[in-house]
Design a binder for this molecule. Sequence first.
Ligand code: HEM
Length: 278
Amino acid sequence: LADALAARGSGDLIEEFAVPLPIAVISELLGVPEAERAAVRTWSNDLFAAAAPETVDRASHALSDYMTGLIASRRAAPGDDVLSGLIAARDEADRLSEAELVSLAVLLVVAGHETTTHLIGNGMLALLKDDALRARLRAEPALLPAAVEEFLRHDAPLTLATFRYATEPVELGGARIATGEVVLVSPGAANRDPARFAAPDEVRLDRPDQAGRHLSFGHGPHHCLGAPLARLEARIAFEVLLTRFADIRPASADWDELEWRRTRLMRGLVRLPVHIDR
Ligand code: HEM
């Protein structure tokens, strides 16, 4: 992907790099054939879009129908992919119901798509805005894991976690929440809490107590299952994008012109035009 961008000398970092990379990785892991990846991406996008309820509903059904079919074909001819492993856990060890198997497969493919795209996109935006940071990370790639954590904190790809329901009355930040009420938790807002992080709006690699303190992967029993994969993909992506070329520069420094995705759940760019000096 990086070589193709370099060959053209310029391009859109989102559509030509940050989108296809996580899709290829999660599809390879799950065993989604190449010809079917475009359809899966469309459904996955629709699921998170600020779209009409019918569109979201259709995407949700299409994804579970698709996964039901893929599971049937893996059952007939198992491979060395994650899906075949999950099928074995269901069929041989009875550790999953059929419905759980389908919904976990859908969750994995969806969760593996856009979040990592936006980690790469939002992180690259921070790097493109800051020449000194870009130079420092290029010179010291050992700092990349810390940079990935700071990018996760600074611009959380998932702005809202899944719904929570209060199991008892609680008072939080001056608000009273009654039993049974729905609670929307925003990791993106928590990550910018000035009581927790000094100068929260700044990207800083030297936050001594930073490691693991952001909430971008959630917290507790539902902490993101894919966090190690996302961290690995992002670290490799940043390393390649910073070291493969002489430089990578923003096509325009008019940051206010950048278009952000219109969704309730995600924070990420639609496009990030760049120039590449080979
Ligand atoms: C930068 C990328 C990612 C971000 C920011 C992210 C964020 C999150 C967050 C915040 C949660 C918790 C949701 C909640 O508690 O309401 C979560 C859960 C989850 N994530 Fe991720 N995720 C990322 C990548 C991935 C990838 C690559 C996969 C799959 C390979 C994945 C699979 C999951 C699954 C299965 C859960 C549900 C875990 C459970 O409920 O026990 N995620 N993720």
